[in-house]
Structure formats: C-alpha cells, structure tokens
Design a protein around this ligand. Structure first.
Ligand code: SAM
Length: 339
C-alpha cells in the first residue's frame, strides 16, 4: 500500500492519540481553574474504535503511537487499550504522556502489557510551586510515579518541562543537574499560545536558547543523538551525564520540516497539526460503518491537509473558530487535541 506522504514530501508514521479531554490537574497554562467543558461521553471514541483507526494507520505505514490526553491515566482501563494497540501488526512502539499523578499505581501493569516508555510532565521541583502551577497536583506523588517508571523499566523516562518565565526560570539549572546524576531525559518546551488564554502572555515566554545558556553552568552540552523518540527536540548531554537534555523550540526553532505525525482527538477528529483547526472527522463515518477503504481515504485526506509549518507566534489567538465545512466548530484546548 502506498505510504502516507504529504504535499511537502514528509512521510507520516506517527499517530498521537488523545484518549480523553479530562484531566485530574488544572495547570495554569492549560486550562482555567474551573476546568473545561468536557465532551459528552458518547462523543468520545471507544477503545474498539481507536483500535480500528490504528489498524488502518498501521496498514498505511504508521509504526509509532503516543497515548496522551487530557490525562490518559484517568480513563478507565487504559492498560487494556495499550495491550490491544501493541498487538496491532506494524506498530513497533507505544509511548505514553502523563502528568504522573497516577503513574505509581499503573507503571507495572503498563510495562507488563508492552508500553515502551513514558514522558512525564514536570514544570517545577518545588512542592509549593508545583501545587500552585498544577492547582490540584502533588509533587511527591509525581516523583513516586517517576521512580516507579524507572523501577519497572519504562526507559527512556523523559520529563517534559514547559518554560515559564517568572515561575520556573530559576530552576532550569536544577532540572539540568538531574540529567547528570540520573538517567533521566529532561525536555524543555517553549510555552505555546494554546490552552488557557488568560494565562498566556509574551512576558511569560522563555526561549530554549536562553534555557540552554542557563544549562551550560554545569559544563559544555554535547549533541546527543539516538535517544528513542527525540522528535522535535534537539538533544544534548553533559560529558559526565547519565541522561540528556532536549530543547523543543516550539516557537523559535523550525522543526516542522521533520514532522511525521497526525493527531487523533478524543472525539475522533484526525488533525494534521497541533496548531490546525482543520481536520477530518473519523468518528461519524466509523459509526456509520465505514469500510477500511473509506477510512484509508479519510486518513489520506488529513495528510493532504498538513500545513508546511505551524503558524503559532507570541500572540494568543481568539478562542472561537468559525464553524464551516471541514473545520471543527469549537476551539479545543490542548487537552482535547492532546499536547
Ligand atoms: N496529561 C498529559 C501530560 O501531562 O503529559 C498529556 C496531556 S498534556 C496537555 C501534554 C503536554 O502539553 C504537557 O507536558 C503539558 O505541559 C504541555 N502543554 C500544555 N499546554 C501547553 C502550552 N500552552 N505550551 C506548551 N506546552 C503545553
């Protein structure tokens, strides 16, 4: 079967799947304190529907999956979904993005069914600040989750840290130090103008270039290639480091030319780019009994829609999109699309 190639010659082999828009945290930059208007249950893709889509994606050449959300571990029986996804012919790797709050409970079961590895969000190493940023979280609980992931071997364990000026900029060197003493892989991510419009402000933005300079207090950073799933990150390590540091310059660096992914939202839209409001609805056709060939055509349609690059900048955009054919009517948060 003809592999998935977009208009710019990029081969698509990676699907990010948001399994829920719900989350057990309310991170300042992601959503308002009151949470979001969660999607009704009947609009959320059932596990068997996700498996059908993944089978079709795999027939078209996808080899890698990432389960995200919302917080994927709040969805009932996530372990059983992962157990099914790792069995899909052609799928070589299934990874998970989590805030870590429930990881200690599930790490062993996830590893046992074949999850490859985890990325854990961690924006601060200060317990009081952690509670402030996440509103509902506990640093100690997440640290126990990280230790559990390491213990059961969900390697490489990556820590995703969103750069927030005035909140965690004084901790960048502390995060960097972790990669010297432990086999942990910290990834600094530039704040994107997505999620909570009340939080985003250009003054809060801190570039990966500045973060990298701050990391250099511990020594020279040497390019580090070959870490599983480096994706948009540019990775480095210290000469004596056990882990690595990745920089994801979502706004200041251009990595879209390497983009190899599509995103499946929790309510069944296939989105060509994190930044796009266009997409292809797979849920309705699936529920009307779409054949594999129909699905195949819809997936190719989403690939055709992939823009050459995202158009995010330091300006937050309005939170409502115009409803029109081929567009999702509602603006969705990072939670629904899956960050
Ligand atoms: N709950 C899971 C987690 O914490 O990893 C998956 C979903 S969460 C939306 C995915 C990632 O997106 C998290 O690491 C989060 O910090 C990041 N994120 C959310 N809003 C962001 C924004 N405006 N800019 C940059 N990263 C953001």
């Amino acid at each position: 079967m003809e592999p998935l190639r977009d208009r710019f010659g990029r081969t698509i082999e990676y699907l990010r799947i948001s399994v829920t828009d719900r989350c057990n945290l309310r991170c300042l930059y992601c959503m308002p304190a009151s949470g979001c208007a969660w999607k009704p249950q009947e609009q959320i893709l059932r596990y068997e529907e996700i498996v059908v889509i993944v089978r079709e994606m795999a027939r078209l050449g996808a080899t890698k999956l990432r389960i995200t959300g919302g917080e994927p571990l709040v969805r009932k029986d996530l372990v059983s979904l992962i157990a099914q996804l790792v069995q899909v012919p052609g799928i070589e790797e299934v990874a998970l993005s989590t805030n870590g709050m429930l990881l200690e409970r599930y790490a062993e079961a996830l590893k046992a069914v074949g999850l490859s590895r985890v990325n854990i969000s961690l924006d601060t190493l200060d317990a009081a600040k952690f509670s402030q940023v996440t509103r509902l979280g506990s640093l100690e609980t997440v640290l126990r989750g990280i230790r559990a992931a390491q213990r059961v071997g969900l390697h490489p364990v990556k820590l995703n840290c969103v750069l927030l000026r005035g909140i965690n900029d004084e901790e960048i060197d502390r995060f960097a130090l972790l990669t010297i003493t432990q086999p942990l892989h910290v990834r600094f991510i530039e704040l994107m103008p997505l999620g909570n419009p009340e939080f985003f402000h250009p003054d809060r933005f801190l570039s990966v270039a500045e973060a990298k300079a701050r990391c250099e207090v511990w020594g020279e950073l040497i390019p580090a290639d070959g870490l599983a799933g480096s994706g948009p990150a540019t990775a480095y390590r210290y000469r004596n480091g056990l882990g690595t540091i990745g920089f994801i310059g979502a706004l200041t660096c251009s990595f879209c030319h390497r983009c190899n992914r599509l995103r499946l939202t929790s309510d069944g839209w296939l989105r060509p780019c994190l930044d796009s409001r266009t997409g292809v609805n797979l849920r309705e056709p699936l529920r009307r009994g779409a054949s594999p060939d129909d699905l195949n055509a819809l997936i190719r349609q989403a690939v055709e829609m992939k823009p050459e690059s995202h158009h995010m900048s330091l300006a937050m955009r309005p939170t409502c999109a115009v409803g029109a054919a081929g567009r999702q009517d509602e603006f969705e948060t990072m939670c629904a699309v899956g960050g």
